[in-house]
Design a protein around this ligand. Structure first.
Ligand SMILES: [Mg+2]
Length: 281
């Protein structure tokens, strides 16, 4: 690894830490939230917004932008955290999350928030919408990419696989699907509720260019995002990102139940202290 990449990775790690702070900042006033997912996906969002994607934060509707779709809109705080860090709106606005008249509704929805491209939350719709958008961009002869982030629980939804087939049929090479493989869905562990493994083999069998990486390893994510974009095959790309919910705050990561986290005020304070100390693992 050369010096510039080490420096770049350090910058990315700094962004990831700030994104995690942004997530805790939004959840703490409510005493609860989808903070486990936001902490776990912070490194994916960091590499998407600070390495891979092309956009103009001060011009969110710029036609040449890459699109980012957060399918699991109930985890809106994770996307808001990245958008604030990227400058789409002031970091202070995160304090309005979930409040009346805020531009940051509990579940991320278009068109309330600068940088939010779709109304998420109805599980399994992110990839279909991304496929339609990728088709539209190709018709417009745009060279922009569509990044579609899903939770692994969404792999139990039929529309996800319908979209997976459509993307291959239409040879969409301008779409990069991202799966936050944290092994948990709303009703419990994936392995117990609905096992979707072997994920790599399934997506490859559908005809996708597949990579599987540690979703909390920034250099590995950088490499995967680069390969996804540079791939010359006329097929859609997917990065399966194995993440650890609550990553970055050990006492949260160690909790048994993480789909929706409730903490006492002193524990939220403790979470801030862990992040302020700059520990990212
Ligand atoms: Mg999950």
């Amino acid at each position: 690894m050369n010096e510039p990449s080490i420096g770049h990775n350090r910058q990315l790690a700094d962004h990831a830490l700030k994104i995690r702070k942004n997530a805790v900042r939004q959840a703490a006033p409510h005493g609860q939230g989808f903070v486990g997912q936001a902490l776990g996906a912070a490194d994916i969002l960091t590499v998407a917004f600070f390495h891979a994607m092309r956009y103009r934060a001060d011009e969110p509707s710029w036609e040449g932008r890459d699109r980012f779709f957060l399918s699991a809109g109930h985890c809106g705080i994770s996307l808001y955290s990245a958008l604030a860090e990227a400058g789409f709106f002031p970091v202070e606005e995160l304090d309005t999350y979930g409040c009346d008249d805020s531009r940051l509704p509990m579940s991320s929805m278009w068109p309330y928030t600068p940088g939010v491209e779709m109304s998420g939350g109805s599980i399994g719709l992110g990839l279909p919408m991304a496929v339609g958008t990728a088709l539209g961009l190709r018709l417009k002869k745009s060279d922009a990419f569509v990044y579609a982030m899903m939770g692994d629980g969404e792999l139990g939804e039929g529309p996800t696989w319908e979209a997976a087939q459509a993307a291959v049929h239409h040879r969409l090479s301008n779409i990069v699907a991202l799966v936050d493989v944290n092994g948990v869905q709303a009703d419990g562990r994936m392995a117990q509720v609905l096992c979707t493994e072997p994920l790599h083999d399934k997506w490859a069998a559908f005809g996708w260019y597949v990579q599987r990486v540690d979703g909390n390893d920034i250099p590995a994510l950088v490499d995967a995002f680069d390969k996804a974009r540079d791939c010359t095959e006329a097929k859609p790309r997917i990065i399966l990102c194995d993440t650890r919910m609550g990553h970055g705050i050990p006492f949260i990561e160690a909790r048994e139940k993480l789909h929706f986290v409730r903490l006492e005020p002193e524990d939220w304070q403790r979470a801030f202290e862990v992040l302020d100390a700059g520990r990212d693992e």
